[in-house]
Design a protein around this ligand. Structure first.
Ligand SMILES: NC(=O)c1ccc[n+]([C@@H]2O[C@H](COP(=O)([O-])OP(=O)(O)OC[C@H]3O[C@@H](n4cnc5c(N)ncnc54)[C@H](OP(=O)(O)O)[C@@H]3O)[C@@H](O)[C@H]2O)c1
Length: 298
């Protein structure tokens, strides 16, 4: 099939490579001409602009956006307006908020442009092992683009999740679960590190991946990370969040679903970005005020 890939970062480049390896014709565009040239070297057709991308694809055209959520997606869809024609399909494979996806689909349908929201999981390993895809939108359009999903995903690794928004909603919750899983492993390994047994963390991670109840791909990644740097001395414990955890927690709040593990995991990421915290200062000050408990000077 023909597909136009917009955004050739970590994900877009890997997905382009997997599509090329699967025999698809991929035309690529990125703001960075170097990124386009690099993939052209692997068999993709390079485009110099979004208009050029549109001209190089045959109708009905498929434009796959693999760019940061929010304004970049709105801007890119806006800039595609003069390029797209009725029957074309725009696929947003980034981590967009599902409410934005519903709004975009409603707007595009008035111009007879189809829209699919596709939650993508697999990270930089997806090129090798396949990307897991959760597809939202019109089921007939899903069928139309299915050969692309089939190539990108591992066996049984893609599915029609439901109407517009369902793809990004399911990816959002997937990432919410990921927050709690990462936090759980992180806490366990810190307790092991503090224990008086001199545990070899890589060895324990490897052991647990053989038949234990908590075996997982994330635990395999923990094993590799500890094998490379047992103390993780090369990095700071500073953790970003890209929005999916906040959105999932907001959904839990909106539906009155208790999600304490997610909430704590998200707040631990905020804490990781503080050297000290005002709340801890308030605690120390208040204990000192009422009980004369000692405080440490700044
Ligand atoms: N990394 C992951 O594990 C992962 C997994 C699943 C989903 N995602 C989602 O996939 C999307 C891409 O992630 P990534 O990891 O590939 O990010 P990335 O490596 O940072 O690449 C981002 C790409 O988007 C382009 N871009 C940035 N701002 C733009 C704008 N305002 N207009 C047009 N293009 C813009 C960048 O172009 P330049 O080259 O010009 O900077 C680059 O090609 C994001 O929505 C992300 O949340 C990521």
């Amino acid at each position: 099939m023909q597909v136009g890939m917009i955004g050739l970062g970590r994900m877009g480049a890997g997905m382009t490579m997997r599509l090329l390896q699967g025999g698809h014709q991929v035309t690529v565009y990125d703001r960075s001409a170097d990124a386009v040239t690099a993939l052209a070297g692997h068999g993709a057709t390079g485009a110099a602009s979004l208009e050029d991308l549109g001209q190089k694809l045959k109708a009905p055209r498929i434009f796959w956006l693999m760019i940061p959520a929010g304004a970049p997606v709105d801007d890119t869809i806006q800039r595609l307006q003069d390029t797209v024609a009725p029957g074309d399909i725009i696929i947003d494979g980034g981590n967009s908020n599902y409410k934005d996806s519903i709004r975009r689909a409603e707007d595009l349908v008035t111009k007879q442009i189809e829209f699919l929201d596709v939650g993508v999981s697999g990270g930089i390993w997806g090129l090798k092992v396949g990307f897991c895809l959760m597809v939202g939108g019109n089921q007939a359009v899903f069928k139309q683009a299915e050969p692309i999903f089939k190539t990108l995903a591992p066996p049984d690794g893609y599915a029609y999740a439901g109407p517009t928004g369902a793809g990004h909603y399911s990816k959002m919750v997937h990432n919410g679960i990921e927050y709690s899983m990462l936090q759980g492993y992180a806490e366990g390994f810190e307790i092991l590190k503090a224990a008086p047994f001199g545990f070899d963390l890589a060895q324990l991670a490897r052991l647990w991946n053989h038949g234990s109840v908590i075996r997982s791909w994330i635990l395999e990644l923990a094993q590799s990370a500890f094998e490379r740097d047992p103390e993780l001395a090369h990095l700071r414990g500073w953790v970003e969040d890209s929005g999916e955890g906040r959105w999932t927690l907001q959904e839990a709040i909106d539906h009155a679903v208790p999600a304490p593990a997610l909430a704590m995991s998200l707040f631990m990421r905020f804490r990781s970005r503080q050297d000290d915290s005002f709340s801890a200062k308030v605690l120390a000050a208040l204990r000192n005020e009422f009980g004369g408990h000692p405080v440490k000077p700044e």
